[in-house]
Design a protein around this ligand. Structure first.
Ligand SMILES: Cc1cc2nc3c(=O)[nH]c(=O)nc-3n(C[C@H](O)[C@H](O)[C@H](O)COP(=O)(O)O)c2cc1C
Length: 369
């Protein structure tokens, strides 16, 4: 129902995005899109580029008088850094950076200058995703569904388990520069990032994305490619550097007996636990959705890593390019955006309609039943 495409390079004129399938009549808040872009750029551990850019979205199509018109929504996020690079003579990159797309991309497309691979593989592309996701979350919000996230760990600094509901945890995370709702852990995270920076190294971590206000039955058990768990996994794993995903405490559940895992049902369809993470049979079950993501450490490090020089065929060391030390808080914002796109897609599939008002009527009817 909802399709998103992005285009553009990290140091090109802009990142662009087309979001196809948005119903007509949605009030679009461009400031709220910019707010998500601001969140994506912030966070302790980010590199110098974030000070150069202040991302602002430009709506180019599909919105008239502040509302969607049912046409594809076209958005552009200009790269302010473009002006600094357009005249610059940059020697070709010939040393592939381990952990990056450089070598495989060059072999695949027959590219000599690795920078041409890096320009598109860069996570700068996520500015376009976040713009589209911000619009999807405006549709979800009209339907009473909210999305948030928090950073659970950076390196070995790990938050203790918290029993708070998702809105509280995600709300507190919004106030933290490492996206962590627990201040003691947040301090340990900042210290870990400082230590990694001083050592010329980088860090990854884990993120929890949550959605609440969900009705049961988004997604379906009837066909493999329509299962919502699979669709969420695909979208979230497509984020640069995200290498693992679990729904609910899936890896802990895997080592516990079934009677201690499955959430018992009580009169009125009530559950007192949510170890399924809000998802059964590839569908939302009405409980909050919990998804945990693992992000690998940033692959660009000040400390050189062994590589080869493709120009000479000789052993070489990586050359440092300006980079984040840790981008887990920013990745959490991107993860919210990707989850919002998948959930909005599933919402449109379930309540499909060309106009927001009709969709909202159907949802209201369903919620009353
Ligand atoms: C928000 C965000 C920011 C990132 N910033 C950097 C960065 O500054 N330097 C870097 O080397 N990798 C960064 N990455 C990760 C790389 O883009 C990614 O590891 C690389 O493109 C290879 O893709 P893969 O890790 O998915 O295999 C970032 C990822 C995200 C999600």
């Amino acid at each position: 129902m909802l399709r998103m495409f992005t285009a553009g390079e990290s140091h090109g004129p802009a990142l662009v995005c087309i979001l196809e399938g948005m119903p007509a009549g949605l009030l679009v808040d461009a400031n709220a899109i910019d707010e998500q872009l601001r969140r994506r750029q912030s966070g302790y551990g980010r590199g110098a580029r974030q000070q150069i850019e202040t991302d602002r979205v430009r709506l180019l199509g599909g919105v008239f008088d502040g509302r969607t018109i049912g046409a594809p929504v076209a958005m552009m996020v200009p790269n302010r850094d473009y002006e600094n690079w357009r005249e610059r003579e940059v020697p070709p990159w010939t040393r592939p950076r381990p952990g990056h797309a450089d070598l495989a991309g060059a072999l695949k497309y027959g590219i000599e200058d690795l920078r041409l691979v890096a320009e598109r593989a860069s996570a700068r592309e996520t500015a376009a995703r976040v713009s589209a996701g911000a619009l999807a979350r405006q549709l979800l919000s009209a339907a009473g569904i909210a999305i948030g996230s928090y950073v659970e760990s950076i390196g070995t600094a790990h938050m203790p388990e918290q029993a708070d509901p998702p809105d509280r945890l995600c709300g507190r995370a919004l106030l933290s520069d490492v996206g962590c709702p627990d201040e003691a852990t947040a301090q340990a995270m900042r210290a870990a990032i400082d230590t990694a920076r001083e050592a010329g190294d980088s860090l990854g971590g884990t993120i929890v994305v949550a959605a609440w206000g969900l009705m049961p039955g988004l997604g379906t058990h009837v066909q493999w490619d329509r299962r919502l768990d699979g669709r969420l996994a695909q979208a979230l794993m497509s984020i640069q550097a995200i290498k693992g995903i679990e729904i609910g405490p899936a890896f802990a559940n895997a080592s516990a007996p079934g009677t201690r895992v499955h959430d018992a049902l009580y009169s009125g369809g009530i559950r007192k636990t949510n170890r399924a993470g809000g998802m059964e049979g590839g569908m939302t079950n009405g409980e909050p959705l919990w998804i945990r993501l693992a992000m690998k450490p940033i692959p660009t490090t000040i400390t050189p890593i062994d590589t080869i020089d493709r120009a000479t065929g000789e052993a070489a060391a990586t050359q440092y390019q300006r980079s984040d030390v840790c981008a887990v808080p920013a990745a959490a914002v991107v993860a919210e955006a990707m989850a919002a796109l998948v959930l909005a897609d599933a919402l449109l599939e379930r309540y499909g309609g060309d106009r927001v008002e009709i969709i909202l009527e159907r949802i209201a009817h369903d919620r009353k039943a």
